[in-house]
Design a protein around this ligand. Structure first.
Ligand SMILES: Nc1ncnc2c1ncn2[C@@H]1O[C@H](COP(=O)(O)OP(=O)(O)OP(=O)(O)O)[C@@H](O)[C@H]1O
Ligand SMILES: [Mg+2]
Length: 291
């Protein structure tokens, strides 16, 4: 099973947007997918039609599983969605409590708590091909648990100086965190790490220059398709929907078609990365010229 964290500690870079579209894209392509909303802001949950703090109790989120040792499966939190093949573990504001609780307990030496999310995912691993994790924009106990649980990372980076420099800081922290986890024999083994240029506006010359720099620095780890800034995404989000579930354009047909091209391009490249990790698919990918 692929466990993909769409991670960056910087806020507003497009983590939730990409998590939801990636999960839906993979479900449409026939994979069995679980999207876990690990962020108490609950953006992904909202895009599935919930009003998180009205419709959901804390018992329906990750919170009880992270808090208690007794539960041995994440089954209780899984909700069917209106997408065939796509299930959701929702979040709401109460999940924020666990940041404090986990931090306090870890300070008392209960470091194994960082394994709880990984254990929860393991408990439902027979049911899914891919798990997508949408973490909060901070380096807290939940983000560390996400890093611990993931076996692949996708990092969205808008090509602006602020986002790019915070991503550099994120990578430094990531490296230190990985070393820290390694010392405790808790470091994950990543099967891939990809960077996605997100919210790209190529009409801005500085963004173009930064994209070139990102391509140089990240090389093959960079997804070739940029996820451009699109009014279609903005308008779909305003209706609490994704671009994939809208029947027609919110803007114009040409804007929607272009937007779908970026989304399919980015998600398609990640799909190839996932399939490369499955030996039975690797041979087929080689025949298709993808590997
Ligand atoms: N490619 C895009 N085109 C247009 N708008 C976008 C695009 N990607 C994201 N957005 C918008 O940017 C805002 C932030 O995106 P999103 O919530 O996905 O970021 P995030 O990284 O999950 O934020 P947070 O750190 O708060 O969790 C949202 O309003 C979203 O609709
Ligand atoms: Mg988010």
């Amino acid at each position: 099973m692929s466990v993909i964290a769409v991670q960056n500690f910087k806020g507003g870079v497009g983590k939730s947007t990409l998590s939801v579209h990636l999960a839906q894209y993979l479900a449409i392509r026939g994979y069995r997918v679980l999207l876990i909303d690990c962020d108490s802001q609950a953006s992904s949950t909202t895009l599935f039609g919930y009003v998180p703090d009205l419709d959901l109790a804390e018992e329906e989120t990750l919170y009880p599983f992270l808090r208690e040792g007794e539960r041995d499966t994440l089954d209780y939190a899984i909700k069917k969605t209106h997408f065939d093949g796509l299930d959701l573990v929702p979040a709401n504001l109460r999940l924020f409590q666990s940041e404090y609780e986990l931090a306090a307990r870890m300070a008392r030496g209960e470091g194994v708590l960082l394994n709880r999310l990984a254990q929860g995912i393991q408990s439902v691993s027979d049911l899914y091909d891919v798990v997508v994790l949408d973490p909060p924009p901070a380096l807290g106990a939940i983000s560390l648990s996400v890093l611990r649980a993931a076996n692949a990372l996708v990092v969205p980076v808008p090509p602006t100086v602020m986002d790019f420099s915070s991503t550099a800081a994120f990578l430094t922290m990531l490296s230190e965190t990985m070393h820290g986890l390694r010392d405790r024999e808790m470091a994950p083994t990543l099967s891939f790490l990809r960077f996605v240029a997100s919210k790209v506006d190529e009409n801005k010359s500085m963004q173009k220059a930064l994209m070139d720099l990102m391509r140089q620095i990240f090389g093959n780890a960079m997804i070739r398709t940029p996820l451009k800034d699109s009014a279609e995404i903005d308008n779909a989000t305003a209706r609490l929907m994704s671009v994939y579930e809208l029947q027609g354009p919110m803007t114009s047909k040409s804007v929607r078609d272009r937007c779908l091209t970026y989304l399919d391009g980015v998600c398609g490249e990640i799909e190839v990365d996932i399939r490369k990790t499955w030996p039975s698919h690797l041979a087929r990918l080689r025949k298709e010229g993808h590997a």
